[in-house]
Ligand binder design. Structure first.
Ligand SMILES: [Zn+2]
Length: 298
């Protein structure tokens, strides 16, 4: 392919060596691409701003024998608000990691690309939790495995019925007669079923009109995460990150846990050592990005 252009979002950035990073791009034209950004770890690198996490921009790449190289990049939007806020950052990381985990390399998925781009924009203004749920449902739809919500996934009985469970393994709701099909199926209230159905079809810009109880939010989160983890066949690192933030946030009210953003990251770094090395590096990269941005803002 030689030299080629791409409009893309930075999904992931990892240290390759002292000077270079390995970047995972999600491009509109070519799908997911792994490419080396030479010299970006040097403070004076001109490319540096263009390859930060979540940056949306235009890229000029060179197809090498084993890996592609980013030769030029021009940032259109760096989503500074997402990088500067711990909770938004964690949610944006989660969206990027699902896309990275579910999509194969070099397979263009323009609708998924537009969903991610829209979601990053909306994340700056909407409830991040609800947006993540909507993203999960819509992504599953686009990838061809939308959860079955209108009839029992086993016998075909039309929903809603009085009591419903959701089977992540079977990919849809079960009527009481079919609960035996999956002993791990989780509770799904009528409110949760209705909310999931709405997320499948509503305009994402109107998410703010959905008023959901904490119970419905919790049920939706559990159902969709299990559902997606079946398709991903691995645990997402960003989930640990989100979990830690919510624990730290709860701790903030009782005063027992780290309260400031810096402390949370310090805790995060410590925790990371007990994960595998890859996860630890990833956390360090996130920490690095966030730290850099916070410094730049001050
Ligand atoms: Zn049934």
């Amino acid at each position: 392919m030689g030299i080629y252009k791409a409009e893309a979002i930075v999904l992931r950035s990892r240290k390759l060596n002292e000077a270079d990073n390995l970047i995972t791009l999600f491009s509109r034209e070519h799908g997911k691409i792994h490419a080396v950004a030479k010299g970006v770890r040097k403070p004076k690198s001109r490319k540096r701003g263009g390859v930060q996490l979540f940056t949306h921009g235009k890229f000029l790449l060179y197809a090498g024998k084993s890996l592609d190289h980013i030769t030029q990049c021009e940032s259109k939007n760096s989503f500074a608000k997402l990088v500067g806020d711990l909770e938004l950052f964690a949610h944006a990381s989660y969206l990027a990691e699902i896309v990275d985990g579910l999509l194969a390399e070099n397979e263009p998925q323009e609708e998924v690309y537009l969903l991610l781009l829209t979601s990053l924009h909306l994340l700056e203004h909407h409830n991040p939790e609800l947006l993540a749920r909507a993203f999960e449902v819509r992504l599953a739809n686009l990838l061809g495995y939308s959860p079955q919500l209108t009839e029992c996934v086993h016998c075909g009985k039309t929903m809603p019925v009085k009591q419903i469970k959701f089977s992540a393994a079977l990919g849809g709701v079960l009527c009481p007669a079919c609960w035996g099909q999956d002993s791990f199926a989780s509770r799904c209230s009528l409110g949760t079923l209705g909310a999931l159905q709405q997320l499948q079809r509503m305009d994402l810009r109107r998410l703010g009109v959905l008023k959901l109880t904490p119970e419905i939010r919790r049920e939706m989160e559990k159902i969709l995460r299990l559902f997606l983890s079946y398709r991903l066949e691995k645990r997402l690192k960003a989930l640990d990150f989100l979990q830690m933030i919510s624990e730290a946030r709860d701790g903030y009210t009782t005063g027992s846990l780290a309260a400031t953003k810096d402390d949370v990251f310090l805790e995060q770094g410590k925790e990371a050592k007990s994960w595998n090395e890859d996860a630890a590096n990833e956390v360090a990269e996130r920490q690095d990005t966030l730290g850099r941005n916070v410094t730049a803002e001050n």
